[in-house]
Design a protein around this ligand. Structure first.
Ligand code: CO
Ligand code: ZN
Length: 339
């Protein structure tokens, strides 16, 4: 499991540039599925045939990133975020471009003159990336305008917790990969979608779901944690690391299907897999894109709790990941009820 996680999180593939991660995932699952296709949006759709209901499991394979927009005469690079970034987290972070050039974020130093009291003014307008060059031409030898980049942070095993960039959502991709490898028999007709461009608006999942036309949909993603988990964490958010994967009651994009949620919780109980109910006061997942496809699909989201979401240091609990795989495996193998 850990090797799969490391492999997936350390592959740099931001939204719109999922070729690399798709190839890595395909290599992992190719011999364990009956067939697969890659659609025109780049989604990887794998199929494991079974007699029962059509069930779609989804994890988005893109990660947040950056794209170079301008290089000044001294070689400093302006970038635009891909997906949701907090500019306050950027200064001193290292990022890696597609052709492997590495640079560090810093910000226009008039803010230093203000003794960092004006941190609120740090925005992507005032941020730049330093590639360690001294001219535009030297920068152009390393990167191109329009070239994308991702956080440059390796996977770390801290013991019971794992730390890396791109846990969102590679940890769920890894969980699905391990589930696919472990399935011995299935009562359901299973589709696994590794979706593109979730971070820029749940783009890939909807056409993939339209193609499959499933009876049920389960998105697998990460969710933030709250006051029970970190010092003065978010109030009203009761999710914590180490208490199991979560079942989505609601977030800002959708309300998880009630019957599906109750059934998933019951499967968890039956097999002694800990789960938490998740009410997330922000965010959204492919679950909402699947749910509103065609005439509507009964869909929900299962999440792996994650600290410091959308930062270069996203942290998950190894036990939660194992429990998520166990839960997904039971769901994949158990005949989905008819509602
Ligand atoms: Co995200
Ligand atoms: Zn995500």
């Amino acid at each position: 499991m850990k090797d799969t996680v490391k492999l997936l999180v350390e592959t740099n593939s931001p939204s719109g540039r999922e070729e690399k991660i798709r190839n890595v995932i395909l290599e992992q699952i190719r011999t364990f599925v009956d067939d697969y296709q890659i659609d025109s949006l780049g989604n990887l759709i794998a199929h494991k045939a079974g007699p029962g209901k059509k069930v779609l499991f989804d994890a988005h394979m893109d990660e947040i990133g950056f794209v170079a927009t301008y290089i000044d005469e001294n070689g400093f690079v302006k970038v635009e975020p891909i997906g949701g970034h907090n500019p306050l987290l950027m200064p001193s972070q290292r990022i890696q471009f597609e052709h492997s050039a590495i640079g560090t974020f810093w910000f226009e130093s008039e803010y230093i003159a203000k003794k960092l009291t004006d941190y609120q003014q740090v925005s992507f307008d005032s941020l730049y990336v330093d590639l360690g060059v001294n001219s535009r031409n030297a920068a152009l030898a390393k990167i191109r305008i329009g070239e994308t980049a991702t956080f440059h942070q390796p996977f770390l095993d801290l013991g019971t917790r794992w730390l890396s960039k791109a846990m969102d959502d590679r940890i769920a991709c890894a969980a699905l990969v391990e589930t696919i490898k472990a399935i011995r028999h299935t009562a359901n007709d299973l589709y696994f979608v590794f979706a593109t461009q979730e971070e820029v608006g749940l783009v890939g999942a909807k056409p993939a779901a339209f193609r499959i036309d499933p009876d049920y949909g389960v998105a697998v993603d990460i969710c933030g944690t709250g006051f029970l988990d970190t010092p003065k964490g978010i109030k009203r958010l009761a999710v914590k690391l180490g208490a199991g994967p979560t079942i989505k009651i609601q977030d800002k994009s959708h309300i998880g299907d009630y019957q599906l949620n109750q059934w998933i919780a019951q499967i968890g109980n039956q097999y002694m897999i800990p789960t938490q109910f998740e009410v997330l006061p922000f965010g959204g997942t492919d679950g909402s894109a699947i749910q509103t496809t065609k005439q509507g699909v009964k869909a929900t989201t299962i999440s792996i709790p994650c600290r410091y979401v959308h930062s270069p240091s996203e942290m998950v609990d190894a036990g939660d990941v194992q429990h998520c795989v166990q839960l997904l495996l039971r769901l994949a193998e158990t005949s989905f009820p008819s509602w």
